[in-house]
Design a protein around this ligand. Structure first.
Ligand SMILES: [Zn+2]
Ligand SMILES: [Zn+2]
Length: 202
């Protein structure tokens, strides 16, 4: 079971495609689903199966410490990462530190393991530096493309062993039963950045 756990739709200010087109792109690339993780906005009311694909409820929350991925949660998005992890856990949701060791200031870095999230993003489809830090330090974690256009979907993803239902995925995430994959297609991230620049110039 292959799921891209980090994808932005047009519901993010810097995203371009609909959730359905992200899903279609995931299918084309041989994945079984995606998590919709728009910036500071919980786009889906709940997780669901859509056209045979897993569509997981998520969000990428900007906190004081950096970006956090949150799944299976529809409560308040606290702006302190420590508080957020606690509240999400109380509601049976899941937290993952996004691109933990990237160059930008929206990365948790030294707080990555202090916040006691359920996991970290070992492979991010866009953050070479963060991925290398995770590999060199042998940090286990999930994979997600951080797609902002449909072409980026699947650039990184998470492979789950025996998961059939949405509930199984949450179970595997909590128990650390998964592995991260990274296979960024040349040119896709550049295409997304180019689209963003064109939009800004309009
Ligand atoms: Zn981010
Ligand atoms: Zn992101």
């Amino acid at each position: 079971m292959r799921i891209d756990l980090h994808a932005h739709s047009a519901n993010s200010p810097d995203g371009f495609d609909t959730i359905d087109s992200l899903l279609a792109s995931a299918k084309k690339r041989g994945l079984n689903g995606i998590a919709a993780t728009d910036h500071n906005k919980i786009t889906l009311a709940h997780s669901e199966m859509r056209k045979g694909m897993f569509l997981l409820q998520g969000v990428e929350a900007g906190t004081k410490q950096g970006h956090m991925l949150v799944y299976n949660y529809s409560g308040k998005l606290h702006t302190d990462a420590f508080e957020l992890v606690e509240k999400v856990r109380d509601e049976n949701g899941i937290t993952v530190v996004a691109h933990p060791f990237g160059m930008r200031k929206d990365c948790l870095r030294e707080n990555t393991f202090r916040v006691k999230a359920d996991g970290i993003e070992r492979f991010n489809g866009r953050s070479l530096v963060s991925n290398l830090a995770c590999v060199l330090n042998r940090f286990a974690g999930v994979g997600g493309s951080d797609a902002h256009i449909k072409e980026e979907v699947g650039n990184a993803y998470t492979e789950f062993g025996d998961c059939e239902k949405i509930e199984d995925i949450w179970g595997c995430l909590r128990k650390g039963k998964f592995s991260a994959k990274w296979e960024t297609k040349v040119g896709t991230v550049a295409l997304a950045k180019w689209k963003k620049i064109k939009k800004m110039l309009k």
